[in-house]
Design a protein around this ligand. Sequence first.
Ligand code: HEC
Length: 100
Amino acid sequence: MKCLRPAALAAVVLAAVALPAAAQNANPQLLAFTCQGCHGTAGKSPGSIPALQGKTAEQILALLKDFRDGGRAATVMGRIAKGYTDAEIEAIAKEVASWK
Ligand code: HEC
C-alpha cells in the first residue's frame, strides 16, 4: 500500500488544480442549481430561508459579493459565496434572476 500513496496524492493534487478551471466553464444553470436546495425550487423558499424569487440580477450580485466579503452577516452564505469567482457570481446572479 505504501507505494500507492504518491500516486493517490498526485490524483488529489491534480483534482484540486483541475476543479477551478472546470468551474470557470461551468454552465450557469449548474452553478445555480445547488442554491435551490436551500432557497427552494426557482428560489421560491418554502421555509424561513429568504426567497430568491423576484430579486434582480443586480440585487443578487450585490448580496453575494457582500456575503463573500464579510460585509453582510450570515450563517452559511458567507462560506458559500467565498467558493465562487467574480465571473461565477455574475453568472449565478443572472441565472437566479431569470428563474420564473
Ligand atoms: C445551505 C443552504 C443554502 C444554500 C445552498 C444557499 N443559500 Fe443563500 N441563504 C441561505 C441562508 C440561511 C440565508 C440567510 C443568510 C445566512 O444566514 O447565511 C441565505 C441568504 C441568501 C441571500 C440573501 C437574501 C436576502 O433577501 O437577504 C441571497 C441573495 C442568497 N442566499 C443567494 C444564494 C445563492 C445564489 C445560492 C447558490 C449559489 C445560495 N444562496 C445557496 C442558505 C443557503
